[in-house]
Ligand binder design. Structure first.
Ligand SMILES: NC(=O)C1=CN([C@@H]2O[C@H](COP(=O)(O)OP(=O)(O)OC[C@H]3O[C@@H](n4cnc5c(N)ncnc54)[C@H](O)[C@@H]3O)[C@@H](O)[C@H]2O)C=CC1
Ligand SMILES: O=C(O)[C@@H]1CCC=N1
Length: 254
């Protein structure tokens, strides 16, 4: 079984490791042994645990899962040259990764929080020779799409990487709206979750505009609510949110 070495043991590392366990041997590298023990307990499977300081990455397949701001300090503590560096760091380009961490090949991956449920939408780009290997690996955590440029992965970061947070805002706001009109909180949450479960299936098959047209009757309840969303500039705000998140990814590249 191939071994994957996680550097970082936070949310994203844990989520991806859940998908990989059983298919790959897992090693995890971090600063704090208690946190590494917690990572292993959360995974419910034996993993090899190593301190970060002076860790030798020679010929390993690394899954780098630290924050972009920690790249510098983490890189300084590693020695050797990896076989493949797979980085989930938002915005950090291949060139910068290559400068900081020695590796024969680099691939960027942008998963999302749904990796914890095996349902990430993960985009990938980088060394095309490792496309197949990276796709197979990340498919353990959901769907994958290889993109041809780093600009595209930065845009996809704004859409699917950050997207769960944007949809969570909509989900919470809609449930709050129902509570505001008098529905019990627990009922509002159940109805909202059911709405998203069904919508998740429908949107796979229908264009969003046709889906909307199918729901909105002339002079009906949906039309009444929909015009309020347009007045509130929800459409423009979503487009601006993607723009701001993309620009932030570009900022992180320097
Ligand atoms: N959370 C999300 O939904 C997504 C996160 N990402 C990317 O995943 C990466 C990790 O994010 P999360 O797992 O959410 O963060 P997290 O805060 O849960 O985990 C970060 C990890 O880095 C370690 N760390 C922090 N400072 C360190 C240092 N100075 N030296 C060594 N290790 C250090 C922490 O101990 C932890 O293991 C980020 O680069 C982010 O861009 C990508 C897609 C989605
Ligand atoms: O907010 C962030 O920086 C990370 C990247 C994509 C989702 N979360």
């Amino acid at each position: 079984m191939q071994t994957i070495t996680f550097i970082g043991n936070g949310n994203m590392a844990k989520s991806i490791a859940q998908g990989l366990k059983g298919k790959y041997n897992i090693e995890v590298v971090g600063r704090n042994m208690e946190r590494l023990d917690a990572f292993e307990a959360a995974l419910g499977k034996k993993v090899e645990k190593f301190p970060l300081d002076d860790f030798d990455i020679t010929d390993k397949t690394i899954l780098l899962c630290v924050k972009p701001g920690n790249l510098e300090s983490v890189a300084k503590q590693l020695k050797g040259k990896a076989k493949l560096l797979l980085s989930v760091l938002a915005g950090v380009p291949v060139e910068k990764l290559k400068k900081k961490i020695k590796s024969k090949a680099v691939v960027r991956a942008m998963p999302n929080l749904a990796a914890s449920a095996g349902a990430s939408m993960t985009t990938l780009t980088g060394d095309a020779e490792h496309r197949e290997e990276a796709e197979v690996l990340m498919r353990s955590a959901g769907s994958v799409l290889w993109l041809e440029s780093e600009k595209e992965i930065d845009i996809a970061t704004a859409l699917a990487g950050s997207g769960p947070a944007y949809l969570a805002l909509i989900a919470e706001a809609l449930a709050d709206g129902a509570v505001n009109q008098g529905l019990k909180r627990e009922d509002a949450m159940l109805v909202m979750r059911g709405l998203f479960a069904g919508f998740g299936k429908l949107i796979q098959e229908m264009h969003p505009a046709l889906l909307k047209d199918s729901v909105m009757s002339p002079g009906g309840t949906t039309a009444a609510g929909y015009s309020t969303l347009e007045k509130g500039r929800v459409r423009a705000s979503c487009m601006e949110a993607v723009e701001k998140a993309y620009k932030k990814a570009v900022d992180l590249s320097s």
